[in-house]
Design a protein around this ligand. Structure first.
Ligand SMILES: Nc1nc2c(ncn2[C@@H]2O[C@H](COP(=O)(O)OP(=O)(O)O)[C@@H](O)[C@H]2O)c(=O)[nH]1
Ligand SMILES: [Mg+2]
Length: 306
């Protein structure tokens, strides 16, 4: 499959580089080598930074084993051991580009619970694609929440994207159907389909989402080319239960992690990859339309000691 959305040089300093502050551990190692206390403190910090149990144990085990081989003498060795294993975990995220159709419209379905930043992320993504010279159609598939259609319409106007209106209270699958059909007819490059923030406990809404996905699948072979789950970084480990719930209904292909401009730490990125094999493809760093970055594994791995 072709690629969309080239990695561009990120101008803004990456606020989301902070993963966890490990300087204390670093200093401890310098003073007395790696002991149980150091490993325990590392474990605590990783867990507190949302790395999740699986990745945390993997990282701590690796440092411990390197230490047993006598390879961790200085703080710098400790860093290197940790950073090396972290990079291995995140290796599959390394090339986390967005897939695109070889021919015809590319369709992305955007899912997630209420308030995580789906509509805002669609606006940001649409903006970037329009600026790269592509034609974009955004479809207001959140027919559930009052004002949701207007919110997206306002963004579309500002950005210069085409807009397809859903009826408030109408069938979101019909909106998806119309959007894909219009995109084919008008030769649109990319379709972004917004959806209602389904409480994953609401069976009815989840069933609707399944239907939206099916409609897109049937209209265009290989579509949706991405089903992107939007997660709010400030929710930490709660995001993992959202991933599990949505994963039962649609096949999620990647994550847009929002609100990394807040005090949130990016450890969840590691948990998502290690526990669910899900790459973070885009990172939201503010409420503005330009506040979207591609995820950079190198910057992230280097940033954990900042
Ligand atoms: N600080 C910050 N706020 C964000 C970000 N993304 C979205 N928001 C805000 O989160 C709120 C909910 O966003 P919205 O897109 O309506 O969420 P939706 O319900 O998932 O569609 C809005 O106030 C957005 O401005 C982000 O990356 N950083
Ligand atoms: Mg919305």
């Amino acid at each position: 499959m072709a690629r969309l959305f080239k990695k561009s040089a990120e101008k803004k300093k990456s606020l989301w580089r902070r993963a966890v502050d490990l300087m204390m551990t670093d200093v401890q190692v310098l003073a007395k080598g790696v002991d149980d206390e150091t490993l325990e403190s590392l474990e605590e910090k990783l867990l507190a930074s949302d790395f999740g149990v699986k990745a945390t144990l993997r990282l701590v085990d690796h440092v411990e084993s390197e230490n047993r081989k006598g390879k961790v003498q200085k703080g710098a060795d400790f860093r290197a051991a940790l950073e090396g294993e972290l990079r291995r975990i995140l290796e599959p995220s390394k090339d986390a580009y967005l897939h695109a159709a070889d021919a015809g419209p590319t369709v992305y379905l955007i899912v997630g619970v209420n308030g995580v930043g789906k509509t805002t992320s669609i606006a940001k993504l649409a903006n970037r694609l329009v600026q790269e010279g592509r034609s974009v159609l955004v479809a207001a598939g959140d027919t559930f929440r009052a004002g949701a259609v207007e919110q997206l319409e306002m963004w579309a106007k500002r950005i210069g994207a085409q807009f397809l209106r859903g009826q408030q209270g109408g069938d979101p699958a019909a909106v998806a159907f119309d959007a894909v059909e219009a995109a084919v007819a008008r030769n649109v490059d990319v379709v972004l389909v917004d959806t209602a923030g389904r409480l994953h406990t609401n069976r009815n809404l989840m069933e609707q989402l399944r239907k939206v996905h099916r409609v897109i699948e049937r209209k265009i072979e290989g579509a949706p080319h991405e089903t992107l789950m939007v997660l709010d970084a400030t929710l930490g480990q709660n995001s993992l239960s959202q991933v599990r719930a949505f994963g039962e209904v649609v096949e999620v292909s990647g994550v847009i992690l929002t609100k990394m401009d807040s005090s949130a730490r990016g450890g969840i990125i590691v948990a998502l990859q290690e526990e669910y094999g899900l790459p973070v493809k885009l990172v939201g760093t503010g409420e503005g339309v330009d506040d979207l970055q591609t995820f950079d594994v190198d910057a992230f791995a280097e940033g954990i000691f900042e």
